[in-house]
Each structure stands twice: as C-alpha cells, then as structure tokens.
Design a protein around this ligand. Structure first.
Ligand code: UDP
Length: 460
C-alpha cells in the first residue's frame, strides 16, 4: 500500500463528504476522506444515525449527524434494518432530505472555508441543494464505470422491452446485448429493475442525471482496468473523472460496522501459499436455508481449506449457524462472522475468493491479485461478475442456482487454474505501477487535489 505522505498546503480548505449508510458505500467514502486528508484538506463527514461510522476511529475528522436525528420520525420507523428493504431509507431521504441538508450546509459554510461537497452518487437530491448554495458538488460512484454506463442505458433497455421478458423466453434472454457484447440480456434482468419507472429505476435515473450535472466524478477504479469505459464516460458525461484505486492506498478496516474476528490468523499463517479459499457474500445479501446448506456441502466436498464469512442474519430465519450440524466443517475450514477482508485477501495463503461480486469485494480482490469465483445476486453484481469472467478473465462465474456438485467442481477448478492466477497477478502488477510518479493513479490523485484547490473557498 502506498505511504500517504501528508501535506499541509491546503489544510485551511475543508471538504464535506456525505456517504450512503451501507458498508459497501461507507468504506470507499472514508478511504477517500483519508486520502484527501493526506493531501492536506480538512475533512467533515456528514452521516446518518443509521449505520453511523465509528467516529472514534477518525480523531482527525469532524462528524455531524444529519437527516434522521428525530428518532420517532414516522417516515422512517417501519423501514427494515437488514436486507434489501433497508434501501427504502435511501428513497425516502432523497425525497425529504433537501431542506435539512441545506440548513446544515449553511451552518458549515458560515463556520469554515469550504471547498466542495462530495456525496455518494446515490444521494442525488444533494445536487440541487449544492447548486442553491453555489457549492461545487463532486460525486463518489462506488461501483465500476462499466456498471454506470449500463445504468445510464436503462431507458434504452426498457424501450427494447428487455424488462418484460420472462423466464420462458429463454432464446431472447441468452442473446447478446449489442452495445455491451460481454453481457447477455438475462444479466440486465438480474439487475432487479422492473422498468425505468419503478422506484429503483427512478432512483437510478436521478442518480445518472445528477451525476452528469455534478462538477466531477470520483471512481474506486483504475484506468488500466477500464480504459474503454473511461473513454465512453468522457464522451457521454463531459465532467472530469478521477480514477483512484482506494484499496491500494488504505484498508477499509476502520470503517467496518461489525466487529472483526482475527482469531483465525494463526491458523491461516500455517497454511501453504494459495491453498485457502476465502468465501464472503458481502454485507447485505441473505440466502435461504436450503441454499446455505448447498454452499456448506459444496465447500466441504471440494476438500479445499477455506475461511467462510457467515454474517449474523445471512441465513434467512436464523440468527447465525443454527442450520449447520455441529462439527460439520471439521478442521479444513473456519467459519467466522466478519473479517478484515483486505488483510485476508492480501495473505499469501489465500488462493481464490468466492464472492457475490459486490464492487468493493471485486476490486479489493483485483488489487491483491486474487482470482475469483463470481456468484452474483442482483444490482451491479451480475455486471461485475461478467466483466471479471469475460473481459479481464481473472475469475469464473458460478451461477444458475446453488448445487453442491457444481460448487465443489468450480472451487477445485479455480484453485488449480494457473492461467487465471497468472492473469490476476499481472493485473495487480499494473495497478502497483500506476501508483508510482507518472502512473495513472498518481496523476489522477494529483489532479483531483489540484481541481478541488481551484474552487473558490466558500465562506458565508
Ligand atoms: N467486508 C469486510 N469484512 C467481511 C466481509 C466484507 O470488511 O467479512 C467488506 C469488504 O472488504 C468490502 C465491503 O465489506 O469493502 C463489502 O462491499 P461490497 O461492495 O463488496 O458488497 P456489499 O456489502 O455492498 O454487497
């Protein structure tokens, strides 16, 4: 990881950052905040009380809770705290948050020398608030450029009738998407939209529109991985784009919402290089009990050593591991509730990562040169999985349901595949080189700092 040297030239300039309150969004935003701090900026983080970051891990930042400070606000009391239902919060806060955010920003602008606001792209309501205060807003898009281009194409896919196709229209579902030939029509359907006008469709289309209206886009990615997509972005969205591989600068440990287990590291240290499969399906996904049991059988039948993150709540209807018979895993594997993922991926005993293909997990794996088995669920995951298996070819897709024989055979295949391992290593090396002076990451970070410094300092 790069040694972030601190410069104090801009310390009088404050950047206000506003992450979406989910693990996969908090991690990159707080990594970005630390990177910008190391470039000399002062940092204020706005956050909701729901999934608030651990402020004590960031004594160098100022924190302010916004938008859900009234505990009995009936608009939010019935929202689920786990799983997909909890995303209703995002739709509601985008709808109702503008006035309160404007008041908070006015206070911050009175207090300090603010350069700009950086929000998660999904906080689309913040663009009009920033405009009303003449405050430049940059967005952090926590997914890939490829995925963003797909999201921007949803009206096109809707007009083509993709979202009306059902499972019995198999020939059409297997067709290539003309503009994105690495994808099949069924991948578009797996994203989870019913139309461009359903709640999710409207949120995504507002996100795309307000990203286009922003002063710039920051990506947790790298030119060497997504060069054609960067060219398309610059053509279709003529605002500056900055590509920075956050995991190459810092781990996301300090923004973890769950306690991290470290007790398995002495066991991991004893395992031979590339011999252990790391398994995790991220912070939100939940599975049915029968699928969980197929996964467990597939892992044991593969006869490969493994570390498996089973979050409390991962199995629908269970607190934790109740469906698994005692002693089922034996000595070959470790099941844990949550781990410092980047540290695990960086361990030389790890041979592959079986992932749900969330973008952070995918990119952390790319940054550490670890091959992947991709089992996507919804959202951007099917797109990331296809990109990894068809474009970069540093992983394989394991899809079409959970079935122990298919799982065990995919695991054995990827753990032994030297070509995939070599490609993953070469890609990692390219990322490493990009950090050096003159490399794409180095330049992108420098131009982001210079760009922010070029904004007039806002003070009311
Ligand atoms: N993560 C972690 N410990 C774990 C599992 C996951 O710290 O045991 C982190 C992981 O490093 C990543 C994030 O949680 O930064 C998950 O984000 P991702 O985009 O992969 O998936 P999501 O949780 O948003 O579906």
């Amino acid at each position: 990881m790069e040694n972030l040297t601190e410069t104090t030239d801009h310390r009088h300039r404050r950047i206000i950052l506003f992450p979406l309150p989910y693990q996969g969004h908090l991690n990159p935003m707080l990594q970005l905040a630390n990177i910008l701090y190391s470039k000399g900026f002062s940092i204020t983080i706005l956050h909701t009380n729901f999934n608030a970051p651990k402020t004590s891990n960031y004594p160098h930042f100022t924190f302010k809770s916004v938008l859900d400070n009234a505990p009995q606000d009936e608009r939010y009391t019935n929202i689920a705290s786990q799983g997909l239902g909890s995303f209703d919060r995002i739709f509601l806060l985008n709808q109702y948050g503008a006035d309160e955010l404007r008041e908070e920003l006015e206070i911050l602008l009175r207090d300090g020398q603010v350069s700009c606001l950086i929000t998660d792209a999904l906080w689309h309501f913040t663009q009009s608030v920033a405009d009303s205060l003449n405050l430049p807003r940059l967005v952090l898009r926590t997914s890939s450029l490829f995925c963003f281009l797909l999201y921007a194409s949803i009206p096109l896919f809707d007009d083509r009738g993709y979202f009306e196709l059902s499972d019995n229209r198999v020939p059409e579902l297997e067709e290539e998407v003309v503009e994105f030939p690495m994808l099949k029509v069924k991948d578009i359907l797996k994203m989870g939209f019913k139309s461009k006008n359903d709640t999710v469709g409207e949120c995504i289309s507002s996100m795309v529109k307000q990203t286009k209206a922003s002063s710039g886009i920051i990506w947790n990615s790298i030119k060497e991985l997504e060069e054609p997509e960067l060219e398309m972005m610059l053509h279709d969205f003529p605002v500056p784009s900055f590509l920075i591989p956050f995991p190459k600068h810092l781990t996301a440990s300090s923004s973890s919402l769950l306690d991290q287990d470290r007790t398995f590291f002495p066991w991991l240290d004893l395992q031979p290089p590339n011999s252990v499969l790391y398994v995790s399906f991220g912070s939100v996904i939940q599975v049915e009990e029968k699928d969980f049991l197929e996964i467990a059988h597939g892992l044991v039948d593969s006869k490969q050593a493994f570390i498996w993150v089973v979050r409390p709540g991962f199995i629908k209807g269970s607190d934790w591991l109740e469906p698994l018979p005692d002693g089922f895993v034996g000595e070959m594997g470790r099941i844990v509730k949550w781990v410092p993922q980047q540290e695990v991926l960086a361990h030389n005993a790890i041979g592959a990562f079986w992932t749900h293909s969330g973008w952070n997990s995918t990119f952390e794996s790319v940054c550490e040169g670890v091959p992947m088995i991709c089992s996507p669920f919804w959202g951007d995951q099917p797109l990331n999985a296809r990109y990894i298996s068809e474009v970069t070819k540093v992983g394989v897709c394991l899809e079409n349901g959970w079935e122990r024989e298919a799982i065990a055979s995919a695991i054995k295949r990827v753990m032994m595949d030297q070509e995939i391992r070599e490609r993953a290593k070469v890609l990692k090396q390219k990322l490493d080189v990009s950090l050096i002076k003159g490399g794409s990451t180095y330049e992108s970070l420098d131009s982001l700092a210079a760009y922010i410094s070029s904004f007039p300092v806002m003070h009311r």
